[in-house]
Design a protein around this ligand. Structure first.
Ligand code: FES
Length: 182
């Protein structure tokens, strides 16, 4: 009887070893799977740490070149595409920098040199050369930003300093400091 039992146990053990996945293999594989999953999670967390989701904005400051490259009485469009800013020079030689952003809903107006006005293509707002709104739904003049001279004598525009215009007021009078006299 005892002999029979030993034989059956032996047969069972042999049958167990003969299968492709023994219980020991299965446990070992599960453990390795856990280790690999842990390492993958740690690697992803490390990569997220090394490459955070940061938005790299262009600098708010830019060099607008030599003052004598701007003719008096003109609107400079050189930086409209890249910085959405006009460099305007009055007849008396003074400068101001103005954001090309319509104060209605934020479209980009166009400078119409022949008519001496800015015209917004979205809903038809019109602005005089100094940025004052005179037609269409725009509620106030366009905003200006800081313009100064660098030690080397170049025009420097700083878009981090914004002169926000109020409705109805002459832009030059609202912010005399937005004008640069050279
Ligand atoms: S966005 Fe310029 S008129 Fe509406």
């Amino acid at each position: 009887m005892e002999e029979v039992q030993r034989k059956q146990a032996l047969e069972l053990e042999e049958a167990d070893e003969a299968t492709i996945w023994s219980r020991r293999d299965f446990l070992s594989l599960t453990a390795w799977g856990g280790v690999l999953a842990f390492l993958a999670t740690v690697s992803v967390a490390f990569l997220r740490f090394m490459f955070p989701r940061v938005l790299f904005e262009p600098s708010p400051r830019f060099d607008a070149g030599r003052p004598d490259t701007y003719q008096p009485g003109t609107v400079g469009e050189r930086f409209k595409q890249s910085h959405r800013t006009w460099i305007v020079r009055y007849e008396d030689g003074s400068f101001f920098a103005m954001l090309a952003i319509c104060t209605h809903l934020g479209c980009t107006p166009n400078w119409i040199a022949a008519d001496r006005k800015y015209k917004c293509p979205c809903h038809g707002s019109g602005y005089y050369v100094d940025g004052f709104n005179y037609e269409g739904p725009a509620p106030r003049p366009m905003d200006r930003v800081k313009i100064t001279l660098s030690p080397e004598g170049d025009l420097l525009v700083d878009k981090s300093i914004v002169y926000v215009m109020r409705p109805g007021g002459d832009p030059d009078e609202q912010y005399p400091e937005s004008l640069l006299r050279v």
